[in-house]
Design a protein around this ligand. Structure first.
Ligand SMILES: [Zn+2]
Ligand SMILES: [Zn+2]
Length: 431
């Protein structure tokens, strides 16, 4: 007799996952391996959806063996996995992604995984999920050709970050057709016509689909175990030899990306679904600084209104396009900072660490754009200490304009250093 608890435990699988229900849409080379790994991890129930039959061209990059040729992939994988994992309940459904737009069905699952590699269909599906307030999280995963890499995005409703965040074009803030996670430049001819028989495919090997299945399953298990509760993204980055041989161009992200396999925040600062798009604007000297209303409120919450309130300070994190800068986040006072009534000593290390995390998860879009601090004055004016401090910051960051915010008890003032002189930016009227 087989003892379930003992076998699961000895195999490294988890009993805690046996109550979880996962809907896997897409059972090709990536999807079938995800199914196998979820089964091995001890996930209890797996519904596998795919409209296609297992064809000879699949054999060298698919979980199934050739006995299953010309059978529906979803059914074949379900049968194969149920005989491999005795306590897995798997069922195959011969459907496509867009047939699954049924709220009641989607709500039954703990997690949906979409492994079809079609951004257009995924977008329509995600719109349906969002419009109907379906709270089931969805993982979207895809790989790129020639072994260059693969990606997985976890969209947890009501948390920061959504599928659109992975498609915002950082040049203009609009939703692009290609993901901003991709390592290949968009609009290149990556798809090949297989031996002229009309079957189109993206050239990649079995290892690429396995690696992509690994990062997706890792993300799925982190979510199912409660270790990952916010929307997230993860990529694996491969060698560029084959891409260069093919004369294909790499994206800017490929060269800067150094967070292989690391789960990062999905939230894109320019996504209009996820970030505050109501701004107050300060302008002057040919420059603008946009501050989201929510961030302005956060800054004001540090006002030194009480007679014993201490000074607070932190860094400004944002991005600049042409002469318009956008403040995205501020760092708050950290434990190792020294705060008193009219003095603040900022410990740079923990603040810089926060800036670095935003820099990395935004692929270099977000960075340090200045400082903020409070004064116990109603209308604040910079001290000599402030001016000297700003001159140092400005000289160390010649590549960008910096902004310096002082929060008084009644007013908030924004300054900058231009040509070695302190200048003030004025609040623009709402229009
Ligand atoms: Zn978003
Ligand atoms: Zn000051």
């Amino acid at each position: 007799m087989m003892n379930k608890e003992e076998l699961l435990f000895r195999g490294g699988a988890e009993d805690a996952l046996s109550g979880k229900k996962v809907l896997l849409i897409g059972c090709g080379s990536v999807g079938s391996e995800i199914a196998d790994k979820l089964g091995a991890a001890g996930v209890g129930s797996l519904s596998i959806v795919d409209p296609d039959e297992y064809s000879p061209s699949n054999i060298y990059r698919h979980l199934l063996d050739s006995r299953w040729l010309f059978e529906p992939k979803s059914l074949a994988v379900s049968y194969q996995l149920m005989s491999k994992y005795p306590w897995l309940e798997a069922n195959g459904i011969i459907y496509s992604l867009l047939n699954l737009r049924y709220q009641d069905i989607l709500r039954e699952f703990d997690l949906v995984i979409v492994a079809i590699g079609s951004p257009t269909q995924e977008r329509i599906f995600q719109d349906f999920v969002a419009q109907n307030s379906i709270n089931t999280p969805v993982i979207y995963t895809w790989l790129e050709g020639y072994g260059i890499g693969g990606h997985a995005v976890l969209d947890v409703p009501k948390s920061e970050g959504c599928l659109k965040c992975a498609y915002v074009d950082p040049e203009n803030g609009r939703r692009g057709l290609a993901s901003n996670l991709n390592f290949l430049e968009p609009d290149q001819e990556v798809v090949k016509n297989f031996a002229g028989c009309g079957e189109m495919f993206i050239p990649y090997g079995h290892l690429s689909s396995s690696q992509t299945a690994l990062i997706s399953t890792d993300l799925a298990l982190k979510y199912l175990r409660g270790k990952q509760t916010e929307s997230a993204k993860v990529s694996w980055k491969g060698d560029d030899d084959d891409v260069i041989d093919q004369g294909l161009k790499l994206s800017r992200r490929y060269s800067s990306f150094d967070k292989n396999l690391k789960v990062q925040s999905l939230c894109h600062p320019m996504c209009d679904v996820c970030s505050d798009q109501k701004f107050i604007t300060y302008a002057g000297h040919g420059l603008k600084l946009r501050i989201p209303v929510s961030v302005a409120e956060e800054l004001k919450s540090y006002r030194q209104e009480g007679s014993s309130d201490v000074e607070s300070a932190g860094l400004l994190i944002g991005y600049g396009k042409d002469s318009t800068y956008t403040l995205y986040r501020i760092t708050s006072p950290q434990k190792s900072d020294i705060q008193s009534r009219a003095y603040f000593k900022l410990d740079p290390a923990p603040h810089q660490k926060i800036v670095d995390e935003y820099f990395s998860s935004s692929d270099g879009l977000l960075g340090y754009i200045g400082t903020w601090h409070t004064h116990p004055q109603s209308i604040p004016s910079p001290s000599n200490l402030d001016l000297n401090d700003w001159l140092v910051h400005e000289s160390e960051n010649q590549d960008r304009q910096l902004f310096f915010i002082i929060i008084g008890t009644d007013e908030l003032k924004i300054f900058g250093i231009i040509d070695g002189e302190s200048v003030e930016f004025a609040l623009e009227d709402d229009c």
